[in-house]
Design a protein around this ligand. Structure first.
Ligand code: SIN
Ligand code: FE2
Length: 204
């Protein structure tokens, strides 16, 4: 598979998860059956346009009190669904391909974008250990990923991401600002009118 360096520490692995076929989509349906997608509230009181759920030992949550990782889904009070073994294997393989050996994620945030949904520029910094990378898998409709610098005002690269692409960022790129432009309407054969992003992290 072709891979494209983005900046030092960041790599785009085109089509990295395509060999898995629709296994991902089926696993996501199962997870969302147990822990449905929901629109979380930001500490500032806004409702996020992206709907989210999680799998794995820890899940990322946001509400009026802040951002954090929680072992249980606040909606059901139950532990987040298990991270499927195939997800873990894939995340580790992608990290290794990008030069990060021994990635050991304990959290997988699943983002669902419907047309118009976007993610504002932000840093992933709610994790304890920045030595481990972020592995971000794109499925479904294409989107434009924004990859910036270490301050919000730095210029951003615009990377078109398609079904099956994986972005890995760690090391010197671990705290780069990033975001997603508003999703354009469309229809994906397996995932329908949405984009799904899986973000693997070592949270704790
Ligand atoms: C995120 O930064 O959590 C999501 C990135 C993406 O959807 O590609
Ligand atoms: Fe992020």
């Amino acid at each position: 598979m072709p891979s494209e360096p983005i900046t030092p520490g960041a790599m785009l692995l085109r089509g990295f998860v395509l060999p898995l076929g629709s296994a991902f989509a089926e696993a996501i349906d199962t997870i969302a059956g147990a822990a449905p997608f929901r629109h979380m509230t930001t500490p500032g009181g806004f409702t996020m346009s992206v709907a989210m759920t999680n799998c794995g030992p820890l899940g990322w949550v946001s509400d009026r009190t802040g951002y954090r990782y929680e072992p249980c889904d606040p909606v059901s009070g139950r532990p987040w669904p298990e991270m499927p073994a195939g997800f873990l294997a894939l995340a580790r393989a992608a990290a290794a391909e990008a030069g990060f050996a021994d990635f050991d994620p304990d959290a997988c945030l699943i983002n669902r974008y419907q047309p118009g949904a976007k993610m504002s520029l932000h840093q992933d910094k709610d994790e304890r250990d920045f030595s481990q990378p972020i592995v971000s898998v794109s499925l479904g409709l294409p989107a434009v990923f924004l990859f910036g610098g270490e301050t919000r005002k730095d210029p951003t690269l615009r990377l078109p991401l398609e079904h099956g692409d994986v972005v890995v960022f760690g090391g010197a790129a671990r705290l780069r600002y990033h975001g997603v432009m508003p999703l354009k309407p469309g229809q994906h054969p397996r995932l329908g009118a949405c984009r799904i992003n899986l973000t693997f992290r070592r949270a704790c």
